[in-house]
Design a protein around this ligand. Structure first.
Ligand code: GLU
Length: 472
């Protein structure tokens, strides 16, 4: 029976879920889902000083928002410390590891000497074969891997290809610190093995760790998982991604009003391609995603592409779903609580009705929220500067004469249009010369969905009341 695929996402909860981490999670999820496998989530909270509850919550929340589901319970690395110690002891017993009693001063001297001699192996192996009875009584030892001294360590990486390290350049690195806590290097191997992880897909900043981790697997006689180290995301200028470029937490993208589907589509194309296809439904991504098509050069972050994908997903999303997503956004935007209060069932119904024309114009949910604001605005409507400029005394006069005509007619788009057209014709002016003042009075702005849609959605009473507020 072919083994079943197990991927994992293993973030360190020392900060928010950033864009690179979200992409790593997505790639793992797609790879597993496309092969009937599992994606596990392991929170690497071994660094107690830097790990925070807030960061854990932000990671879980970010993944949930992106609709990337993990299988089973979240695994917390720190909770497995006893197991990490046990394996280190096991390696001691089998002769694959040893206790090292070098003091911090000795280590500093060793490092300085190695650097001065241009060596990359910074620890000189002084306790490797030394009799433990020489151990100084006051020093608590660390446990180091007895790494191979000759030959090479090879990673057959699915993205980077064959990568080889000369063993003479690699240290006998620490597995267990003197306080009994595991190093990151050791904990990751033990956890991946115990979780039956078959595929490790992660950022290529971990490529050097892959060599060391491979040595641990080999020392233990464990199978080395398939590895794929994906290039990091760079800014549009090719420099390492910084805040200025969009190295923000996923929560920031949520607050900017991007839809999760747009975000996933954007992320999947960061470093991976499938022909020249740009738009992928979730099913399509799952079916198409594979490692050989992950590029070897850094992906470039591009806000313009994200915007345009976002606009596409706004238009493609069903009206009711967009309203639900808007409601989901409210807790994450500044005036959200106030808007939530105004979204009564009646206003909500108007929002659904206005959605076909609103969503054509909005690239993000935040824009949508802004352009939909006229639906729940209090009368008399606040006017923006452009609307004020439109509402001259003449324009207000037109509104005053038109309102009773509208009031006398029916409220379908066709009926209202007939009334407004004949009114404009009678005055010898263009339709736009009437439509703009109407728009300004009804929405407080100079741009809005088509004016007859606005009138229809607001309904007769509210529309007439708003017109009278501005009529001259
Ligand atoms: N915890 C590591 C990080 O957040 C990832 C470890 C791994 O994927 O092996 O960078």
């Amino acid at each position: 029976m072919p083994e079943s695929i197990v991927c994992r996402f293993a973030p360190s909860p020392t900060g928010f879920l950033h864009i690179g981490g979200a992409r790593t999670a997505l790639f793992n999820w797609l790879y597993a889902r496309g092969r009937g496998g599992k994606m596990l989530l392991r929170i690497e909270d071994t660094d107690r000083e830097r790990s925070t509850k807030e960061a854990i919550d932000a990671i879980l929340d970010g993944l949930r928002w992106l609709e990337i589901e993990w299988d089973g319970d979240v695994i917390y690395q720190f909770a497995r410390a006893a197991r990490h110690r046990e394996v280190a002891e096991q390696m001691l017993a089998s002769g694959n590891a040893y206790r090292c009693y070098a003091s911090p001063d000795e280590l500093t001297q060793m490092r300085e000497k190695a650097r001065a001699e241009g060596k990359t192996r910074l620890y000189d192996g002084r306790w490797r074969d030394r009799d433990p009875s020489d151990a100084p009584p006051s020093v608590k030892p660390v446990i180091r891997l007895k790494a191979p001294l000759t030959g090479e360590t090879v990673v057959e990486d699915k993205v980077q290809g064959r990568v080889a390290w000369q063993n003479e350049n690699l240290d006998d690195f620490v597995l267990l610190r003197s306080d009994g806590t595991p190093t990151y290097m050791h904990a990751v191997v033990v956890d991946d093995h115990d979780m039956n992880v078959t595929h490790i897909i992660r950022g290529d900043d971990h490529l050097n760790n892959a060599a060391r981790q491979t040595q641990i697997y080999q020392a233990l006689g464990w199978n080395v998982p398939v590895m794929a180290h994906i290039p990091l995301i760079h800014g549009p200028d090719g420099a390492k991604l910084s805040k200025r470029h969009g190295a923000l937490g996923v929560d920031a993208y949520r607050a900017m009003g991007y839809l999760p589907a747009a975000m996933r589509n954007y992320l999947v194309r960061l470093g991976w391609a499938h022909g020249d296809q740009e738009i992928f439904s979730t099913e399509e991504m799952i079916a198409a995603f594979d490692l050989p098509q992950v590029g070897r050069s850094p992906a470039r972050f591009d806000f313009a592409r994200l915007e345009s994908l976002s606009g596409h997903y706004m238009r493609a999303t069903a009206d009711a779903e967009l309203v639900a997503k808007l409601e989901g956004l409210l807790p994450h935007v500044a005036n959200g609580t106030e808007i939530a209060k105004r979204l009564t069932p009646a206003v909500r119904a108007k929002l659904v009705a206005a959605m076909p024309s609103l969503k054509e114009r909005a690239k993000t949910l935040v824009e949508l929220l802004d352009t939909a604001g006229f639906l729940w605005a209090d009368r008399p409507l606040p006017l923006d500067d452009k609307a004020k400029a439109v509402l001259t005394a003449d324009a207000r006069g037109l509104i005053g004469s038109l309102a009773p005509l509208l009031e006398a007619g029916g409220w379908t788009a066709a009926e209202m249009e007939a009334v407004v057209r004949s009114f404009a014709d009678g005055k010898g002016i263009k339709l736009g010369a009437v439509a703009q003042p109407l728009r300004a009075a009804l929405t407080g702005r100079a741009t809005s969905p088509p004016i007859f849609d606005v009138l229809a959605v607001l309904g007769k009473d509210e529309s007439l009341a708003r017109l009278r507020d501005q009529a001259g």
